[in-house]
Design a protein around this ligand. Sequence first.
Ligand code: NAP
Length: 233
Amino acid sequence: MILILGGTGEARALASRVPAVSSLAGRVSNPALPAGKVRIGGFGGVDGLAQWLRDNDVHAVVDATHPFARQITANAFEACSRVGVPLLILRRPGFTPQPGWRWVDSVAEAALDLPGERVFLTTGRQDLAEFAECPQWFLARMVEPPEPPMPQHIEVLLSRGPFTVDGELELMRSREIDVLVTKDSGGSMTSAKLEAARRLGVPVVIVRRPPLPPAETVADVDAAVSWLGTAGA
Ligand code: NAP
C-alpha cells in the first residue's frame, strides 16, 4: 500500500492518480478530501507512524505535506528509515524571489521588526500568537477561526482561496495595507498577494522554508507518479 501524507493540493492531485491511502492531520473542520481512502488524525509521533506503516503493510510513503509542516516531515523520515520503507518528499517550488523582499528564518523573527503599521498577515492560524504583543493593526487571513493569544488590533478574514490578483489588490487597498507578511509556501493559488504587493509597492516580509531531511525530493506530481512506478509500489 502507498501512504500519502497530505493536506495540500499536490497531495490531492497525487491521490487522484495512484491508488493510495491519504492521511490528513484533522486540523480543519471541513477539509477538501482526496480521492480514494482517507484516514484522519495524528499517528502518535514517530513510534505511532512506524507502527502504522508496519500494521498496514505500507510499501512506499509520499510526504506531500505543506512546506511548513516541519514535524510530520521529520517524523516521516525517521519512521520510514526505521521500518525500511522508501520515502519521497513532494514539495512544490517556493515563490520566485523578488528584489526587495525581506527574508526571515521564522515567523517570530518577522514579528520582531515589522516595516509597516497595517499588516496583511497570511502565515496561518497557528502562528498568530507570535504577533500578540505587536502594536500594529493586522488583517489576518486563515482557513479556520483563530484562538487567543492574538494581536489586539486585528481583523480576521476566514477564506480558503484561491485568490486572484484583482481580489488581492482590492483587499489590500481597502484595508490600506502597508506591509505583507507571508511564508514561502509557493504555489500559484497563493502567489496573487505577492503580485498585488509588488504592484502597490507594499513591502514583503517572507519566512524561509524549514530545511528538509535528506530524503529524495521532487517538485511536482508527475515526478512523484514516476517515482512510485520505479519504487514498484
Ligand atoms: P506539523 O506541525 O508538521 O505536525 C504536527 C503533528 O500533526 C504531527 O506530529 C502529526 O501528529 C500531525 N500531522 C501533521 N500532518 C499530518 C498528516 N498529513 N497526517 C496525519 N497526521 C499529521 O503539521 P502542521 O503544520 O500542523 O500541519 C498540519 C497539516 O496541515 C499538514 O498535513 C499540512 O500538510 C497541512 N497544512 C499545513 C500548513 C502550514 O502552514 N503549516 C498549511 C496548509 C496545510 P502525530 O505526531 O500524532 O502523528
